[in-house]
Design a protein around this ligand. Structure first.
Ligand SMILES: *Cc1c(COP(=O)(O)O)cnc(C)c1O
Length: 387
């Protein structure tokens, strides 16, 4: 039975206690009545859980729900988005392989590729993902194409159906980070992408109380992750956090719709604000492949030279200074902080030429007019002092 995501998220499968919320099966292991039953299960028959680094019923509920939302056959949850990204990639590459990846990819995904994959003799080529032809040109002979639409900070989208088709023709496996759009607004698997990865810490959680990740794809691709990466990396999700995610996801459609409406209003006003040089947002860029009304968060503003990003961010009240996004609270981070990050080796912002006048805003669930007032007053406090 097909159903709307709102209905899917409002209900769970019945459980033995008929509790309306799913049980948190907080158990490391599961017992068997006889040696014969245990042997049967170890031989691969039945689906009783054995150990919570393998399967846990609460985590499985979360996996099933995200798989359904993304239109995938199966999913594997991880203890973080980076666990999901590294686990998925490590199930696909071997020494000597070449990957193609979009420029402006999430900074820790970039560090993983530059610092760890390079040691395994896997090379990565970074291409402007908004230039479809340029990406396709690099695909021959590559093992993996890694996409993130839109990209971090620069918010550049990719033409997923065309890239997926071109990659498939050439035997290149495609992955797409879909944390920003959520499966409600972009379904990479339906566009032909092989694997979707999420930082579930963001919108799927929605309450800034969990760090988690998930990979979704065909049964065969998830089997490969289970065979080659997941059990040995050990980055498993805890039952309690899976439960928090299931709880957070109940309101995913309502939260994201509200946040998108606010983003639409704020980004339009910011585009017209004299202190803003430009707004980097998938709905506003000329390279956009997303429908105009589908505006999401976070997005980035480029400040005019007479606005000091440090003063601007310090003057904000409702937009709290912090990393991450996707929760109920508004957040801000200036690019100067990430550019100055101590581990400047493989710093994506430096290597991809992100300028110093950018400020990334995540719009939470506060009233949009309060947020607008906050931004407007911060501009008045942020003028560069002229001697
Ligand atoms: C936060 C983030 C990640 C990493 O997720 P964690 O849960 O923090 O490990 C990956 N991709 C994107 C786009 C992100 O914003």
């Amino acid at each position: 039975m097909t159903m709307h995501p709102m209905t899917l998220l409002a209900h769970d499968e019945p459980n033995p206690w008929m509790s309306v919320t799913p049980p948190i099966v907080q158990s490391s292991l599961f017992t068997f009545a006889t040696v014969e039953e245990m042997e049967q299960r170890f031989a691969g028959n039945g689906n009783q859980p054995i150990y919570s680094r393998g399967d846990n019923p609460t985590v499985q509920l979360f996996e099933q729900k995200v798989a359904e939302l993304e239109g995938g056959e199966a999913a594997r949850a991880f203890s973080s988005g980076m666990g999901a990204i590294s686990g998925a990639i490590l199930s696909l590459v071997k020494a000597g392989d070449r990957m193609v990846c979009v420029r402006d990819v999430y900074p820790d995904a970039y560090r993983f590729m530059q610092k760890l994959l390079s040691r395994l003799n896997v090379t990565v080529e970074y291409v402007d993902g908004s230039n479809t032809e340029a990406v396709i040109e690099r695909l021959d002979g590559a093992a993996v194409l890694y996409l993130e639409s839109p990209t971090s900070w620069t918010m550049r989208t990719q033409d997923l159906p065309r890239l997926a088709a071109a990659a498939r023709q050439r035997g290149v496996v495609t992955l797409c980070d879909n944390s920003w759009a959520t499966p409600l607004y972009q379904q990479p698997l339906n566009a032909g992408i092989d694997l979707v990865v999420h930082s579930a810490s963001k919108y799927l959680s929605g309450h800034s109380d969990t760090v988690a990740g998930i990979v979704v794809g065909s049964q065969a691709r998830i089997d490969a992750i289970n065979d080659l990466a997941y059990p040995y990396l050990g980055a498993k999700l805890s039952p309690w956090e899976a439960w928090l995610l299931l709880r957070g996801m109940r309101t995913l459609p309502q939260r994201v719709a509200t946040q998108r409406r606010s983003v639409g209003m704020l980004s339009r006003r910011l585009r017209e604000h004299p202190d803003v040089a430009s707004v980097l947002h998938p709905t506003l860029g000329s390279d956009s492949h997303t429908p105009a009304e589908e505006g999401g968060s976070p997005f980035t503003i480029a400040l005019q030279p007479w606005i000091d990003p440090r003063k601007f961010c310090n003057a904000l009240h409702w937009f709290k200074l912090g990393v991450s996004w996707g929760g109920y609270e508004s957040l801000v981070i200036p690019s100067i902080v990430s550019l100055a990050q101590a581990a400047s080796v493989a710093n994506a912002l430096i290597d991809f030429d992100v300028p110093t006048n950018l400020v990334r805003l995540h719009v939470g669930l506060e009233h949009v007019e309060d947020l607008w007032q906050d931004l407007a007053q911060a501009f008045t406090h942020a003028k560069v002092e002229t001697p």
